[in-house]
Design a protein around this ligand. Structure first.
Ligand code: ZN
Length: 59
């Protein structure tokens, strides 16, 4: 399993794939060299695009 994420560097925005176990750890973008932490959606639901839990308030 790999986690796909986008480099937070707005001038780079390279799509990166890191191992599943890299969640919550610091990784480095191979293109711009920026260090950042891989978000862990299993521990905290924040800044996760495509909110699956968004329940429509209707019905
Ligand atoms: Zn980058």
């Amino acid at each position: 399993m790999a986690v796909t994420l986008i480099c937070p560097n707005l001038k780079c925005r390279t799509i990166l794939q890191v191992p599943d176990k890299a969640r919550g750890k610091k990784v480095r973008c191979g293109k711009c060299g920026r260090n950042f932490i891989v978000p862990d959606p299993t521990q905290q639901r924040a800044a996760a695009p495509g909110s699956e839990t968004a329940s429509p308030a209707g019905k």
